[in-house]
Write a protein that binds this ligand. Structure first.
Ligand code: MF3
Ligand code: CO
Length: 256
């Protein structure tokens, strides 16, 4: 069942999502050569708690940290720890926070120092594919109208979209109906309705879209070892333009 949020629930979600977006921004600012991924996780955890929220990912299906930090060929679900970031790494940071009973969920890929032009292009195409997709995120359209637009943009730029993991509805639960794939033909899936909230999250690989999960049961890497990037926001569907809920206050455009 797809949950439709009331105005009161949406006010709560806006706040949860602002906290989540601020946590993403904080994590992104910490990305630099020499820092460990565990230090970023700790700072984000403490920030979320300081806001009266709880980290959505911590203990979710047994996940052991508050943030997913996925470096280079890791697409998603990288577990923070002792790994030291180095110049040239690309670092995908995915954060969720629950406040007042509702979750926010967002991600972005950050450059660690100077990165290669190809890596920067991957980051830029991934982020722009989100914005291409959400042009179709409005009442009356179908979910896969978003999916198709994301895939078309990514493949036009020579990259591939991950198939094995998808976006999702979000609200009182981190993962709700409907699934929101980043690939497929337009005109399929449920119709979008005003006051649905969904997380649109393209995961984009430089080479093949195939991925595999390491033996820790989480870390998901590209099959060919090439780079991957991720970009995600929680969105509110309206009868006009969608409202991006994971927007941090005090940032120039509010969105990472
Ligand atoms: N952030 C992921 C998503 O966007 C979920 C993380 S799963 C967890 O759907 F186990 F790491 F929490
Ligand atoms: Co998500």
């Amino acid at each position: 069942m797809i949950s439709i949020k009331t105005e009161r629930e949406l006010e709560v979600m806006r706040r949860a999502c602002k906290i989540t977006a601020a946590a993403r921004a904080l994590a992104g600012e910490m990305v630099r050569p020499g820092i460990t991924t565990g230090e970023i996780d700790k700072a984000v955890h403490d920030f979320i708690i300081s806001q009266g929220a709880t980290p959505s990912f911590l203990h979710y299906n047994g996940y052991p940290a508050s943030v997913c930090i996925s470096v280079n060929e890791t697409i998603i679900h990288g577990i923070p720890g002792k790994r030291v970031l180095k110049e040239g790494d690309i670092v995908s940071i995915d954060v969720g926070a629950k406040w007042g009973g509702f979750h926010g969920d967002c991600a972005a890929t950050f450059a660690c120092g100077e990165i290669s032009p190809e890596a920067q292009k991957l980051i830029d195409v991934t982020k722009q594919s989100f914005f291409e997709g959400i042009k179709f995120a409005r009442q009356g359209n179908r979910v896969s109208d978003i999916s198709h637009a994301v895939q078309t943009y990514v493949e036009k730029h020579g990259f591939s979209v991950v198939r094995a993991f998808v976006g999702h509805g979000v609200g009182a639960h981190l993962h709700e109906e409907p699934p929101v794939p980043n690939y497929g033909a337009a005109g399929k899936g449920p119709r979008l309705v005003r006051n649905m909230t969904i997380a649109v999250e393209p995961m984009v690989n430089m080479g093949t879209y195939d991925c595999r999960v390491l033996r820790d049961g989480w870390t998901t890497v590209t099959q060919d070892g090439k780079l991957a990037a991720h970009y995600e926001n929680t969105l509110l569907i309206t009868d006009g333009e969608p409202e991006i809920l994971t927007v941090a206050e005090g940032l120039s455009d509010g969105i990472v």
